[in-house]
Design a protein around this ligand. Structure first.
Ligand code: A3P
Length: 313
């Protein structure tokens, strides 16, 4: 339902068509907007959102670079936030994919359906893949909270490649992993470069820890209970002693676990593509796709880009 570029108002059309274009990441052309690549067709959504989005102080924004654990973080945040509203036996996540429970704001603006976001009751949980610098100013000055998840870039690119090649029929030419890897190392991927994306949220979390909670996929996998406790506290819904004693945190972790979510009918549905958010969920799957030289090359790039900030994965 997203309008084509030619159908947009002249103001947006001219702006978008003047931006640097990249067609390497098939099947969608990307444009470079303020230093980050985005699908051309969604850019209108970004611009419209920049101008018009009104956050509520109680909003929680789930932010991520794609394939870093967004679906999981959305499920966890939603479950924590609404734990007094829904029981596990009749929970929306049993019938809806996490992305349907936590909508990507930009997509609704792109489809000119942003009114939907206004109809959601407070507190809202909303999603974005936009980098921090591109977020609307209104989000930055509001009291709303941002939770961000990052993941080892080697696993991110493997996960991303698997996702897009599911739609290989729409590619004009073969898209081997080595090609996706090259583009990733050059920062030429949707919402990339990944290092700038991570860096912006990381720096913001250091300078304004009350605004951005910075989570790592690998740490969440190792100790999800600790991650969920931190997440709940950050978004202003800490667990009570009684909840902790009753094992609620563990129950939530299990409810949102990969094995539980991926086996739900709604998430197995290939027709609407929901299954593409649930593949393997393994830390270090890159070892099955990259040579050690490739891994070394990407690690070196990331180190060089991020070491000044003191960031390591
Ligand atoms: P893999 O492709 O490595 O399996 P995103 O949600 O940002 O699109 O990221 C998708 C990645 O997160 C996929 O990784 C997917 O399997 C994994 N994932 C999805 N749900 C998960 C969950 N509940 N717990 C852990 N990982 C999950």
């Amino acid at each position: 339902d997203v309008p084509k570029i030619e159908e947009l108002d002249k103001k947006y059309k001219d702006l978008i068509l003047a931006l640097p274009k990249e067609e390497a990441w098939l099947p969608f052309p990307m444009r470079n907007y303020k230093g980050f690549w985005q699908h051309e067709q969604l850019l209108y959504g970004t611009m419209a959102m920049e101008e018009a989005f009104h956050p509520r102080p109680s909003d929680v924004i789930v932010a991520s670079y794609p394939k870093s654990g967004t679906t999981w973080l959305k499920a966890l945040t939603f479950t924590i936030m609404y734990r007094n509203k829904y029981t596990f036996s009749s929970h929306p996540l049993l019938k809806l994919n996490p992305h349907a429970c936590v909508p990507f704001m930009q997509y609704f603006y792109a489809a000119r359906d942003e009114q939907y976001l206004e109809t959601l009751p407070s507190p809202r949980v909303l999603g974005t893949h936009l980098s921090y610098s591109i977020l609307p100013e209104s989000i930055k000055t509001s009291k709303c909270h941002i939770v961000y998840i990052c993941r080892d870039p080697k696993d991110v690119i493997v996960s991303h490649w698997h996702m897009v090649t599911r739609f290989e029929w729409s590619f004009k030419e073969p898209f081997p992993f080595t090609r996706a890897f090259e583009l990733f190392c050059e920062g030429r991927t949707p919402y990339g470069p990944v290092w700038d994306h991570v860096l912006e949220y990381y720096m913001k979390s250091l300078h304004s820890p009350e605004k951005v909670l910075f989570l790592k996929y690998e740490e969440m996998m190792k100790d999800p209970i600790d991650g969920v406790i931190r997440l709940a506290k950050f978004i202003g819904c800490p667990f009570s002693e009684e909840e902790m004693k009753n094992g609620l945190v563990k129950e939530m972790v299990e409810f949102c676990s990969f094995n539980k979510l991926k086996d739900l009918d709604i998430n197995k549905n290939e027709g609407i593509g929901n299954d593409c958010f649930f593949r393997k969920a393994v830390v270090g799957d890159w070892q099955n796709h990259m040579t050690s030289d490739m891994a070394f090359k990407l690690d070196e790039i990331i180190k060089e880009k991020l070491h000044n900030a003191g960031f390591t994965y």
